[in-house]
Design a protein around this ligand. Structure first.
Ligand code: NDP
Length: 503
């Protein structure tokens, strides 16, 4: 397997980014003055220095968001005015793509080329949300009889807490924040402690774009210290979380106890189903892309393939051959497709999952080992064959560059296997037979089913999962509505009939 290195990374990496939080319109440090460093998982050097905040900082942020919602101008501005600010933010991101992509690459370990795509993709999400700010509307009922008119208003839900993970930090935040802002909400954000960089840069862009103070607040620190206080806080109206199913469950329980609105984007164990009549080359490429994109640290990772028995051996060999050639290495190298793993802990977890599969009787047909490099956390692209449905590797999210191969004999069996996990985020079907594709698309319990493609996404299309993959949907034109409450206003026209008149 090839491993690409880069000479003289010190110059490219430069000085660590010193980010500051955003509370009540001020870029600030933690009240205690404490800070924490982030080391690049690929280069093992400090690339970011951030405030290590505590509960008190999180509470100040919530107070600011509450005041901005209750007393500020943002919720009452016209959609046009809000859209103008969102468009300025889009311009601000656009102007800083290189800078943001570099810190995203250094903190996550993902290839710089991919980080660039992610950051520039966010520009479109902010623009799309801006368009929705102007088209959000309620309903009117003129069908209730001549004495009645019903109007259903959409009002911003209030203060939204947003807790985000480390795998696509700025992208995942951009699936939430501009839509909440378009609706007129205010927000408190807590990024993953591993990847604060782009979120704090966005804070600077929001200030430059003229967002009124307190409308967006960002606190950095550990989940239990600054994330948890944002969930059950009485001044918070809604919690939007992306991350692990384990933490998602905790958050849903706490938000549920406080009867807050909650939206959750969680894990997945997403199958790609390969039928014998598939476009062979396209399917092989999509399988390799599906599992190694973002080093498999992706809720949408195509981490298992279900291959028809008739082609299983030949197809697996083709995938192994292609995967063997995927360029792994320093994420700063322009040709690298698979960079470093986010943390030592994550790498250890992935290796443990591979070991468990081996012990359960599966075969490690490719990779499985850590790359022996001077520095950095790298795992070889891995393929596990001979996987059976009851094995943990067939059912649980690995969140690393590890593909499991299972086989089937009929369409019904493929659908049953696809549904045989607790998750339901996404799936793909590869066949030229439209009947097979449509049957599978209808029967698979997943928020997205791709047909003869994988991982394509558009701001217009809703994203989210069934079952343990989450609650609610992001993106699409309903995304803004999720951040609203409906209010019914009933108007009476003309003389009202008395219920009772005293004799
Ligand atoms: P977590 O779910 O632990 O963390 C996601 C976010 O929640 C982070 O900002 C984290 O803070 C915060 N958090 C953690 N505990 C709490 C809490 N008690 N209350 C409020 N917020 C909290 O994911 P990890 O980043 O630790 O990754 C662990 C596993 O989760 C991965 O191996 C993967 O399987 C899965 N995952 C799934 C993702 C998805 O998109 N579906 C994304 C990322 C991970 P902090 O980490 O800063 O302490």
């Amino acid at each position: 397997m090839q491993f690409l290195t880069v000479e003289n990374t010190t110059q490219i990496i430069g000085q660590p980014y010193k980010g500051r939080m955003l509370i009540d319109g001020e870029l600030c440090e933690a009240h205690s003055g404490a800070s924490a460093e982030r080391r690049s998982p690929a280069h093992d050097v400090v690339v970011g220095i951030y405030p290590d905040a505590a509960q008190g900082d999180a509470e100040r942020a919530v107070d600011a968001a509450r005041a901005a919602f209750d007393e500020g101008t943002w919720p009452n501005m016209s959609g046009r005015e809000r859209a103008e600010v969102l468009l300025k933010v889009a311009e601000g991101i656009s102007a800083r793509v290189e800078e943001m992509a570099l810190i995203e690459c250094l903190e996550t370990g993902k290839p710089l080329s991919q980080a660039r795509g992610e950051v520039s993709g966010c520009v479109d999400l902010w623009k799309y949300a801006a368009s929705l700010a102007r088209t959000l509307h309620g309903e009117s009922y003129n069908t209730l009889g001549e004495s009645h008119l019903g109007v259903v208003l959409r009002q911003p839900v209030g203060v939204v807490s947003m807790i985000t993970p480390w795998n696509f930090p700025i992208w995942i935040l951009s699936q939430k924040l501009p839509f909440a802002l378009a609706a007129g909400c205010t927000a408190v954000i807590k990024p993953s402690e591993l990847t604060n960089g782009t979120t704090l840069m966005l804070g600077e862009i929001l200030v430059e774009a003229g967002l009124p103070k307190g409308v967006v607040n960002i606190v950095t620190g550990l989940g239990p210290a600054v994330g948890q206080p944002l969930v059950g806080h009485p001044k918070v109206d809604m919690v939007s979380f992306t991350g692990s199913t384990r933490v998602g469950r905790l958050i849903a329980a706490e938000a549920g106890a406080a009867l807050k609105k909650v939206s959750l984007e969680l894990g997945g164990k997403n199958p790609q189903i390969i039928f014998p009549d598939c476009d062979w080359d396209a399917a092989v490429d999509a399988v390799v892309f599906g599992v190694y994109f973002n080093a498999g640290e992706c809720c949408n990772s195509g981490s298992r393939i279900l291959v028809h028995k008739d082609i299983a051996e030949r197809f697996s060999e083709a995938v192994i051959e292609r995967a063997r050639q995927v360029p792994v290495g320093d994420p700063l190298h322009p040709d690298v497709k698979v960079g470093a793993i986010i943390s030592e802990m994550q790498l250890g977890g992935i290796q443990a999952a591979i070991e468990e599969a081996r012990k359960a009787g599966a075969t490690i047909s490719l990779g499985g080992e850590r790359h022996e490099t001077e520095r950095g956390l790298y795992l070889q692209p891995t393929i596990v064959t001979g996987v059976t449905p009851e094995m943990t590797i067939a059912r649980e999210e690995v969140f690393g560059p590890v593909l499991s191969v299972l086989t089937f004999e009929s369409v019904d069996e493929a659908i049953a296997l696809a549904n045989d996990t607790c998750y339901g985020l996404s799936a793909a079907v590869w066949s030229k037979d439209i009947d097979v594709c449509l049957k599978a698309a209808r029967k698979i319990d997943a928020g997205t089913v791709w047909v003869n493609t994988f991982l394509d996404g558009f701001a217009e299309l809703p994203f989210g999962g069934f079952r343990d993959s989450g609650l609610g949907r992001e993106l699409g034109h309903h995304a803004v509505e999720d951040y609203t409450e409906q209010k019914t206003v009933q108007l009476h026209i003309g003389e009202r009939q008395n219920w009772w008149l005293p004799k």
